[in-house]
Design a protein around this ligand. Structure first.
Ligand code: A2P
Length: 279
């Protein structure tokens, strides 16, 4: 009987669920986005999030390293070959203090189990959809705005983005610009999408063409006047919300007052909310 002494060759251990960074762009001293390879098996619905991260420093006693993982909305659409993420940089944040230093060619950890409530399946059919974002809460909408289904399902798509400063709007503004002007993207989004997409950026702490919190601008009716649309009504309007906690709570109350009810994957209704995850 043949005997072999050859031991199986052990692969060099790499990060678990490793993906390779392909692109990084810094927008402000607090914001950046990056792209990475996508596992072939990863299927997700636009608007969902996954856990991503990096290995932590070795434990001084045991030398063991543990992954530091956080929930990140996938900012790329489901048809994209790569994955995109939009992140804040917190100087002493356990993950983002390290993540902000990544370069193309570096590896990140990506747990391929997408979940989330900001999905079309969680909403009943409607005429108009509102995407309400503050800060990095724009990320899931960067995915949904590049998903042809968004324009198939609605006659009108309104994205509002409130940030403290003008520079914080740039990632979103450039993305909207590329959807409108990139022929290939435009073709993907289908005919007539140009007229459907409305973009309403506002700032609260730096001068810009439209100032104020979106919530206040809705209460005063200014948003509806500016856009030339009727106020929100449950027969017609659907909404997805992603921002900081105080914003989410406030706008949730407002949407309830308009008569919209919170939906879920298993029980679609008129609006859904998700926290913009911050480190
Ligand atoms: P403001 O500058 O008036 O606090 P942050 O960077 O703190 O997450 O905030 C992002 C944006 O969300 C800021 O423009 C901030 O406005 C706004 N914001 C914070 N809380 C609320 C809220 N309850 N309703 C509406 N907008 C809010």
């Amino acid at each position: 009987t043949p005997v072999t002494n050859a031991k199986p060759i052990k692969a060099v251990p790499t990060l678990p669920d490793a993906q390779t960074v392909t692109f990084v762009k810094h927008w402000t001293d607090r914001l950046f986005h990056f792209r990475c390879t996508r596992p072939q098996s990863l299927r997700f619905r636009s608007g969902e999030f996954v856990m991503i991260g990096l290995m932590g420093d070795p434990d001084p006693k045991t030398g063991k390293q543990k992954p530091i993982l956080r929930a990140y909305s996938i900012a790329s659409p489901s048809w994209d070959d790569e994955l995109e993420f939009y992140s804040i940089k917190v100087p002493d944040g356990p993950l983002t203090s390290k993540l902000q230093a990544i370069q193309p060619g570096d590896e990140i950890i990506l747990r391929p189990k997408p979940v989330g409530t900001l999905v079309h399946d969680a909403l009943l059919p409607g005429k108009r959809i509102w995407f309400f974002a503050t800060g990095t809460g724009f990320a899931p909408f960067a995915s949904l705005l590049r998903d042809p289904q968004t324009y198939e399902d609605y006659d009108e798509v309104i994205i509002t983005h409130t940030c403290r400063e003008v520079g914080e709007l740039a990632y979103g503004a450039e993305l909207i610009d590329s959807i409108r002007n990139d022929d290939l993207l435009a073709e993907l989004m289908g005919e007539g999408f140009h007229e459907k997409l409305r973009y309403y950026p506002t700032t609260t702490r730096e001068q810009s063409p439209k100032m104020g919190r979106i919530t206040d601008l809705m209460r005063s009716g200014e948003v509806f006047d500016d856009l030339g649309v009727e106020t929100i009504h449950p027969d017609r309007d659907r909404a997805m919300v992603c921002g900081n906690l105080a914003f989410n709570l406030e706008i949730k109350d407002m949407l309830e007052e308009y008569g919209l009810r919170e939906g879920a994957n298993s029980d679609p209704k008129e609006y859904v909310v998700e926290k913009a995850f911050v480190d």
